[in-house]
Design a protein around this ligand. Sequence first.
Ligand SMILES: Nc1ncnc2c1ncn2[C@@H]1O[C@H](COP(=O)(O)OP(=O)(O)OP(=O)(O)O)[C@@H](O)[C@H]1O
Length: 227
Amino acid sequence: MEEPVLTLKEVAVYQKENLVLKDINLEVMNGEFVYLIGKTGSGKSSFMKTLYADLPLKQGHGRVVGFNLKTMEEKDIPYLRRKLGVVFQDFKLLPDRNIQKNLLFVLKATGWKDPVLMNARIEEVLEKVGMKTKGFKFPHELSGGEQQRVAIARALLNDPELILADEPTGNLDPQTSVEVMKVLQEINKTGRTILMATHDYALILKYPSKTLKCDGSKVFEVVQKAV
Ligand SMILES: Nc1ncnc2c1ncn2[C@@H]1O[C@H](COP(=O)(O)OP(=O)(O)OP(=O)(O)O)[C@@H](O)[C@H]1O
């Protein structure tokens, strides 16, 4: 049987010594689109950070894209991150260089060497998010929605098995949020697995999918109408 992209068993999430979430049991299979909802401070970001090893897994068993979160070492973290695409609310593009160079920076940092292959890959991911003609622009010359599309392109560079998107539409107006969501939906249709933290119930209603909720230190699946 196919291994889940993500498996958590009896996981607890901590911020330093403070318990944020506990008793998390969860499997995400290849190709799923899963929302993570919950009030401000309920632990969505801490949950995501545990998955990309920004917070250590202190309790329970966690496996993400083939990596054991409990036993992996500091030196393994870059290899885990290469198999994940992470998208943040505030885009996190480098302000001092254009889009093409932002993406080139990531490719070089993850071991790519051949300039022809690197340029071809950059074109490919920018095309996927509808930004092929904007490679020469600097981040500040793009709208929020365009910057987020570039951030999604950046997340796709190394063909990740799982995309973790933490409030990717949190800084965008409703119409732009829908445009960014369409890009994520397209990417999911090509077989990629996406876990997206959001407060945006309008988006969930428009694009219904499996939904997990963080509440009272727990994470549980909710049915759509109860959202
Ligand atoms: N760096 C940190 N150090 C200590 N405690 C933290 C840190 N970051 C978050 N927390 C605490 O962990 C809890 C969960 O916060 P988290 O940011 O994961 O929630 P969230 O659901 O993502 O909220 P939001 O929707 O506002 O981003 C909160 O009580 C918060 O105060």
